[in-house]
Design a protein around this ligand. Structure first.
Ligand code: DI6
Ligand code: FE
Length: 404
């Protein structure tokens, strides 16, 4: 006999990951799986036999998914923030060995315990807003040992906190000082040591790169993607963030799950993404924090039907902003997404950006029961207002799990 718990939410206003339902809906969950999603008025008494009724009103969305973060790192970069406000340029700081490399120094010096403790408040803030799945990248180690250390911290997050984690190896984030002038040798280290070790230890689901003048070339990123494919790992890229190198089109040709930032993406890149089904992950926090002015080509992405995700990019240099709801608001105000597009961006499309769209991000029969119930009247309010806590219930795999 199946003893799985049965829970029903009745009369909810439902945003199911793709669209908002006009009629009040009922969502029935058995164990960790969604069983039925029907109009509340069509549900018979008999269908509720054996179900605990959890709520009779509220707005329901899928559990929120933050599909691009660097939430595990050492130290902070408040001094760099001050320097930038006085006129220093992000790329210039990076070229002088600051920026990402200053976080690398602080991350190498930190223990796993310290890195976990430092990430905890950021993770709690995200969970308190309804995040049930988070992607976590390495990328502040830039040597084999520290990259694996970061991925082990990501694994510990999954083991100890009520949140799903999709871990990503970002060895090709920046050139570490010990490889100065030898970037091809560093790429060989990423391809021949980091990727095989992360794959072997099952510490990463995907491999990411930073394709940019201050990081790695399109050809170097392509080598990384080929190595990832040899080891059965998915790929994604930080592309076209600060300039247009064509990294997005190359990543799309290799079947990337997503390309992220993409402020400088051109039409050829958009067309390549449409052809490969690659998700466009928008990171309005980094755009805002760097006071960028070049916006991602939203109209072209819509025209070509490229799915758009929205994420925090939580990191110490360009987006120290641990709020997925603020990102949704910024996606609307800065990039002119509609609230519905922004909601898709942190649910169904974010799941797709992680290769998890078959299980997560949508409220439909057979999907995992990761759900949020909100004290608002309509889903658009989640993008519209920011600040007051509005999350009433956070459900992970069918269980009420507050942000621990
Ligand atoms: N682009 C970003 O915005 C982050 N990484 C990347 O490739 C920022 C990394 C940092 O400045 O620490
Ligand atoms: Fe990033």
């Amino acid at each position: 006999m199946n003893m799985a718990s049965r829970q029903a939410w009745l009369g909810v206003r439902l945003f199911d990951g793709a669209m908002q339902h006009e009629e009040p809906m009922a969502v029935l969950v058995e164990g960790d799986t969604i069983r039925q999603v029907v109009q509340a008025q069509d549900l018979s008494e008999a269908a509720l036999e054996g179900y605990e009724i959890v709520a009779r009103q509220g707005v329901m969305t899928p559990g929120l998914i933050d599909c691009h973060t660097h939430v595990v790192y050492g130290g902070n970069r408040a001094a760099e923030f001050e320097a930038r406000l006085e006129g220093a340029d992000y790329k210039e700081i990076a070229r002088r060995g600051g920026g990402i490399l200053s976080t690398v120094r602080q991350t190498r010096a930190a223990s796993e315990e310290e890195l976990f403790a430092a990430a905890l408040p950021r993770l709690r803030a995200l969970m308190a807003e309804g995040v049930t799945t988070i992607e976590i990248k390495s990328g502040y180690g830039l040597d084999l040992e520290t990259e694996l250390k970061l991925l082990r911290v990501a694994r510990r997050v999954a083991e100890e906190l009520p949140i799903r984690v999709s871990p990503t190896l970002l060895g090709a984030h920046a050139l570490p000082p010990e490889y100065a002038g030898r970037s091809d040798d560093y790429i060989a280290l990423v391809c021949e040591e980091m990727i095989p070790a992360a794959a072997e230890a099952r510490l990463a689901d995907a491999v990411d790169v930073f394709c940019e003048s201050i990081a790695f070339s399109v050809a170097q990123c392509e080598r990384v993607f080929e190595a990832a494919a040899r080891h059965g790992l998915a790929i994604k890229g930080h592309t076209e963030q600060l300039s247009n190198l064509g990294g997005s089109a190359m990543a799309a040709r290799h079947g990337a799950l997503s390309v992220d930032h993409i402020e400088y993406l051109d039409e050829a890149g958009v067309a390549a993404m449409a052809a490969s089904g690659t998700v466009a992950t928008l990171l309005p926090g980094a755009f805002y924090f760097l006071r960028e002015t070049q916006r991602p080509p939203i109209a072209l992405l819509r025209q070509y039907g490229v799915p758009m995700a929205v994420a925090t990019d939580v990191n110490p240099g360009t987006s120290p902003l641990s709020s997925i709801l603020l990102m949704m608001n910024m996606a609307c105000t800065l990039f002119q997404l509609t609230p519905t597009e922004a909601l898709r961006g942190i649910t169904a499309n974010a799941a797709r950006a992680l290769g998890l769209g078959e299980r997560l991000g949508t409220i439909a029969p057979g999907m995992q029961a990761d759900l949020c119930l909100w004290d608002v009247e309509q889903p658009a309010e989640l993008a519209y207002a920011f600040g007051p806590a509005r999350l009433r219930q956070r459900v992970l795999a069918g269980e009420m799990r507050d942000a621990a």
